[in-house]
Design a protein. Structure first.
Length: 472
């Protein structure tokens, strides 16, 4: 059995804690046997053992012998899940790295059990060409500790050139039908129709109606002046603004047959536009974020702009409708829309403040807490955070615990607690709206491509880089 010891100090320093696991020969261990663990996978929870070798799941069986050179992990009383695939993140790299970057945010991801991410195109420069996509892929290869994929951004002027990009390099086309950070709004109806009729990959749409937002902004200024309270965000970016835009996107997809995935659904009214069922049988699907399942508009009083995001956090009734819809199959995936900003950017007055919050480090814990409260089963959480993201974007050999698949795994202790504390945050922005929250679960270990990348006792345990996602 290899001895586990600290690295000799020549690796990059990672915060809050850094240790690398090495064996007696100084080589990172790639063989693990997780014994007697409850595996949650494909709608079932069962006690078994999992062998990891050479980055892959080598065997799943009740009895697997511990051969020489294998690190044995006692999984008794623990749960083993596929690594979470977060298909909606803003890691801010390149151009906005004062807020975040692929290194810091990938550390936060794996600390939260997230092993793969798909990054959005509203960076500086915006990812709207193949050359800029290639640059971003190369940058992530140097920095990211989790696996990474990308969306390319649609604009009013690049619809034809989008179709010339090698479709094996990206997961989807991101369409902003409402303005947000980065101002990539596609407002030309001719461009919209052309995109829906020609897109080779799924279209992921941010849906908010600009005319409605402008109208409500004017009303907010009349009511509150130049500094409305934080809760005005839900007034300005209301359910009607979301519904109008989502209805338009769904109509375009129905007319064209395009594959549409509506990002971060927030209101009960929008749910009427979607149908329940298996994700493989639908060409119009929807995502919800843990933030919109956790917070409601009552939290603006306590957290002010810290919970400001686009689309806005809405009412408790909307939140309850979203929770039910996720359980009923109207909503298909859970992704964070992880969008960090510096605290000083969030603390400005309403019209100077920015929208978005960091969330990836605790997204799985939020969902597990909602399980504990009876809203979902853990099997449903795995379906929405692991299986369905892989199915939706055709991500090869990830998202499931299957023999031969990449060993992206997260080991959970559902009998332990996690206090969200500033000292334990990996985000470069160093804040979370969840600070002070106590979750009744703990991410104990995270494996990325068969390498132990995070351990709750040590923090980030090596600097092995993730891989570029491949698509079927």
């Amino acid at each position: 059995m290899p001895l586990l010891a600290g690295l000799k100090g020549d690796e990059e320093t990672l915060s809050p804690n850094t240790v690398s696991y090495i064996d007696l020969f100084g080589i990172i261990a790639f063989r693990y046997l997780i014994k007697n663990v409850t595996v949650v996978n494909e709608g079932r929870s069962m006690s078994t053992s999992v062998l990891v070798e050479n980055g892959r799941i080598a065997k799943i069986a009740d009895e697997i012998p511990a051969t020489e050179g294998v690190i044995v992990i006692n999984g008794e009383g623990k749960h083993l899940l596929p690594g979470v695939i977060d298909t909606h993140v803003h890691f801010r790299d390149p151009g906005l790295t004062h807020k975040a970057d692929f290194h810091t945010e990938s550390c936060a991801a794996i600390a939260g059990g997230v092993t793969s991410v798909i990054d959005m195109p509203n960076t500086k420069p915006q990812t709207t060409t193949e050359a800029l996509l290639d640059e971003k892929i190369a940058m992530a290869a140097e920095k990211s500790l989790c696996n990474y994929g990308f969306m390319v951004g649609a604009t009013n002027d690049n619809i034809d050139s989008l179709n010339a990009i090698d479709s094996s390099k990206y997961a989807a086309v991101k369409l902003f039908m409402g303005s947000s950070t980065g101002n990539m709004l596609v407002s030309d109806d001719t461009a919209l129709e052309r995109l829906f009729h020609t897109a080779k990959k799924p279209i992921v749409a941010h849906c908010e109606d600009e005319a409605r937002i402008a109208e409500r902004t004017a009303m907010a200024r009349e009511r509150w002046g130049d500094n409305p309270p934080a809760e005005a965000h839900a007034f300005i970016r209301d359910a009607e603004a979301c519904y109008r835009s989502t209805h338009k996107a769904v109509s375009l997809a129905q007319q064209s047959g395009a594959r549409l995935h509506v990002a971060h659904l927030t209101s009960a009214k929008e749910l009427s536009l979607f149908s329940a069922g298996n994700i493989g049988h639908k060409h119009i699907t929807a995502e919800v974020t843990p933030n919109h399942l956790w917070f409601s508009d009552s939290d603006y009083q306590r957290l002010v702009n810290l919970v400001r995001c686009n689309p806005s956090i809405k009412s408790a009734d909307d939140r309850e409708a979203l929770r039910k819809a996720l359980n009923d199959g109207l909503l298909d995936t859970v992704a964070t829309d992880h969008a960090p900003h510096l605290l000083e950017e969030k603390e400005k007055t309403y019209f100077q403040s920015v929208s978005g919050m960091p969330s990836i480090q605790h997204s799985l814990l939020v969902m597990l807490e909602l399980c504990r409260e009876g809203y979902f089963s853990i099997e449903t959480v795995v379906e929405k955070m692991c299986h369905n993201p892989a199915r939706l974007f055709g991500i090869e050999e990830r998202g499931f615990i299957r023999q031969g698949y990449h060993a992206d795994l997260v080991l959970l202790d559902l009998g332990a607690e996690t206090l969200v504390d500033n000292a334990t945050l990996y985000y470069k922005c160093r804040w979370s709206p969840l600070e002070g929250t106590r979750f009744h679960a703990k991410v104990e270990k995270t494996f990325v491509n068969g390498v132990l990348s995070y351990d709750c006792q040590c923090g980030i345990v090596n600097n092995v880089k993730g891989r570029h996602l491949r698509y079927e």
